[in-house]
Design a protein around this ligand. Structure first.
Ligand code: KG4
Ligand code: ZN
Length: 334
């Protein structure tokens, strides 16, 4: 069979990224230009600044990606782009770029859902095996997805309020940690002990999650301790917070694996870079004889390699968009 080269484009939040992936699993070149340093001083992503930065960067990132691969756009079989969900202005930059390239070079245009990209980041580690359960944990999402085969997504549950990454970032803020706080909390947690008392949110038998109450509990705890003049032990508070997050995520995920009789688990999304979360799942999967994959740290957070990988399977499915493709800020995975 002829090799298929997909050019992936990702610009849904604060990373401008291009990647070329061969046959869905073989990464040829990826370039990620992150805007973290620009947004840091505001304590989070500022949408208008993000879209402007994408416009400034996009052609340079594309050129660098092609140069690294030693390929020209003529050599590419199809162009896959994140059309949603995400920040509308940011998404539009990637979508317009993809449409322009597809039109100019007469290439098929493949619309890719951002969450499917996070799931297929694992396909670059090891070819996905089905059926599987995907736990998608990122700055914008917390979802449990059942997949019977490629490009078949059944949502079992999700967060009723904040996403887990959002909760990490907000807890970080109240502890005076710079955006994005997830990686720093992860590190502090590994140096602390579980000494504080925080509630496990939505500790029931559904597949839904809730993180806004946990966030408020941490904020209240910090304020109360400050009012009493007590010093917060950041390491211990992070360890306690992360322990509660892990308990919530593992309980629901292990329950889903059992109920659906699934032997494959993948973690996906930026929070899948969390070492504490990865390690706990590793232990549980070993105990329960579950095959477990998590993305490499580089491809846990937003990148275009995951979009190109997902785009390959969408391409095989015959999914195509025409030049009326529009960016959508909020859209279900299907
Ligand atoms: O997937 P992603 O790049 O963007 C979205 O699609 O939302 O995820 C970014 C999120 C941020 O909230 C960041 O704090 C979190 O992933 N994150 C982490 C870690 N690394 C990144 N959260 C916890 N522990 C980490 N090590
Ligand atoms: Zn993402």
């Amino acid at each position: 069979m002829k090799d298929i080269y997909i050019l992936g484009i990702e610009s849904s939040c604060d990373e401008t990224s291009f990647s070329i992936v061969k046959n869905g699993t073989c990464e040829i070149s990826t370039v990620i230009s992150t805007q973290i340093d620009i947004h840091k001083k505001y304590g989070g992503v500022v949408p208008e600044i993000a879209s402007r930065a994408h416009i400034k960067n996009i052609t340079f990132v594309l050129e660098e990606c092609l140069e690294k691969a030693g390929l020209k756009i003529e050599d590419i079989d199809a162009i896959a782009v994140t059309y949603g969900p995400g920040l509308i202005g940011s998404l539009l930059v990637g979508v317009e770029c993809a449409k322009t390239l597809a039109f100019l070079y007469k290439k098929p245009l493949i619309p890719v859902h951002h969450i499917s990209g996070h799931i297929y980041a694992n396909n670059l580690v090891k070819r996905l095996e089905f059926p599987l359960i995907a736990l998608v944990i990122s700055g914008g999402h917390t979802e449990l997805i059942y997949m019977e085969k490629d490009y078949s997504f059944k949502k079992l549950g999700g967060t009723l309020d904040d996403a887990v990454g959002e909760c990490y970032d907000k807890v970080a803020k109240v502890l005076g940690i710079e955006y994005p706080g997830g990686p720093v909390i992860d590190k502090l947690a590994s140096e602390g002990k579980v000494t504080y008392n925080l509630p496990i949110p939505l500790n029931d038998n559904t597949y839904n999650f809730s993180f806004s109450g946990l966030k408020s509990a941490v904020i209240n705890l910090v304020h109360n301790e400050n009012m009493r003049g007590n010093k917060i032990n950041k390491e211990d508070l992070c360890a306690t917070f992360q322990d509660v997050v892990i308990k919530s995520l593992t309980k629901k995920t292990m329950h889903a694996l059992e109920e659906y009789k699934v032997k494959n688990l993948i973690l996906a999304g930026g929070v899948a870079a969390n070492l504490g979360i990865r390690k706990k799942f590793q232990e549980l999967c070993q105990e329960n004889d579950i095959n477990y994959i998590f993305p490499s740290i580089k491809y846990a957070t937003d990148n275009a390699a995951m979009i190109a990988s997902s785009g390959y399977y969408a391409y095989l499915e015959g999914r195509r968009a025409d030049l009326t493709l529009n960016a959508i800020s909020s859209t279900e995975l299907k």
